[in-house]
Design a protein around this ligand. Sequence first.
Ligand SMILES: [Zn+2]
Length: 91
Amino acid sequence: MANIKVKNVPGTAGETPPYPYQDYSWLKYWEKMTGDTATFCARCGCLNLAKHGGHVQRCDNFFDSKIYIVPLCEECNNPNNKDVFEVDCKL
Ligand SMILES: [Zn+2]
């Protein structure tokens, strides 16, 4: 699978997954949606364990403004970090 360029979306901390998964964490929601098990942070080159389902937007497709969830570690799931980074996982 090709790496996908994404960036953090700020202001999503208070949001919960859509019905009927509102009791899920975003990480668990990602697992449910993709059928994958989240282990490591999806950021390329990051070896930390995935702790959060981070909200990101794709940076490689200008017309795709959808918000995606990716498994990220505490460090990478930082809305103040506006850097574009690459992830290697299902969106
Ligand atoms: Zn990370």
